[in-house]
Design a protein around this ligand. Structure first.
Ligand code: ADP
Ligand code: C5P
Ligand code: MG
Length: 229
């Protein structure tokens, strides 16, 4: 008998045995020294594309949660390779301990010798538990850039990307699942940060340059200016 279709971003698969923060854990990094800006948006909204420009102009270190998971999936020494592969193909959110640990290690690797750093965290947090775990145990974020994009535009971009990306999830079947996970599981994170006044919403429709103009304007409204121009 075929396995039942998952009905939400919550996974039926086994949870890895990694530590959770206790209620009185304080974040590993002080937000005065480590700046974390999240970039969120549906699959194909242009997060990776806009991130390249933000790295160039603002001096961010770019950390894509999806890229870190794909590297871990291909790491022969990882015990989570097959699990990550299955979750990604099904458009489900990988158990948060894995993703938060990968991000936390990547931040540690890229910190300056004075313990400071400026990180653009792409495609994260995609679920409320990831958001709470990261903010409690790693670092409180400064703000979230949210790329607002209709599904028909994202679908076209993803199918186009799928011609050359080699990604297991840039196909019609996975895209439908990813859209559902985005609406049901990831949008509540954006809604929560929005209630806290910590979201910059930018339209992701239009050319890359037009979207970037909105991104720059949005960051300026929060007092974040380019550093490398
Ligand atoms: P995400 O990281 O949000 O999944 P990407 O940055 O990988 O999205 O973009 C998805 C695809 O759409 C890529 O092939 C990219 O080149 C293309 N793309 C990104 N932004 C635009 C845009 N504004 N207009 C047209 N195509 C775009
Ligand atoms: O961001 P990207 O599209 O590269 O993510 C690919 C996949 O990686 C997601 O569909 C999801 O399966 C997984 N992922 C995750 N948690 C994140 C980011 C990505 O589980 N925060
Ligand atoms: Mg991406």
């Amino acid at each position: 008998m075929a396995a039942p279709e998952p009905t939400s971003g919550t996974s039926p698969l086994v949870q890895p045995d990694l530590p959770l923060p206790s209620a009185n854990t304080s974040p590993r990094y002080d937000p005065q020294k480590v700046t974390v800006v999240y970039i969120l948006g549906g699959p194909g909204s242009g997060k990776g594309t806009q991130s390249e420009y933000l790295v160039r102009d603002y001096g961010f270190v770019h950390l894509s949660a999806g890229d870190l998971l794909r590297a871990e999936q291909d790491n022969e020494n990882s015990q989570y390779g097959q699990l990550i592969k299955d979750y990604i193909k099904d458009g489900l959110i990988v158990p948060m301990e894995i993703t938060v640990n990968l991000l936390s290690n990547a931040i540690e690797d890229k910190l300056g010798s004075d313990g400071t750093g400026k990180f653009l965290v792409d495609g994260f947090p995609r679920k409320l538990d990831q958001a709470l775990f990261f903010e409690q145990s790693v670092c409180v974020s400064k703000c979230t850039l949210f790329l607002d994009c209709p599904e028909d535009v994202m679908r076209e971009r993803l199918l186009n990307r799928g011609k050359t990306s080699g990604r297991s999830d840039d196909n019609e079947e996975s895209i439908i699942k990813r859209f559902r996970t985005f609406v049901e599981t990831s949008m509540p994170v954006v809604d929560l940060f929005e209630k806290e006044g910590r979201v910059i919403t930018v339209s992701a429709v239009g050319s890359v340059g037009e979207v970037y103009e909105g991104v720059v304007g949005g960051l300026a409204s929060k007092g974040i200016a380019p550093t490398n121009k």
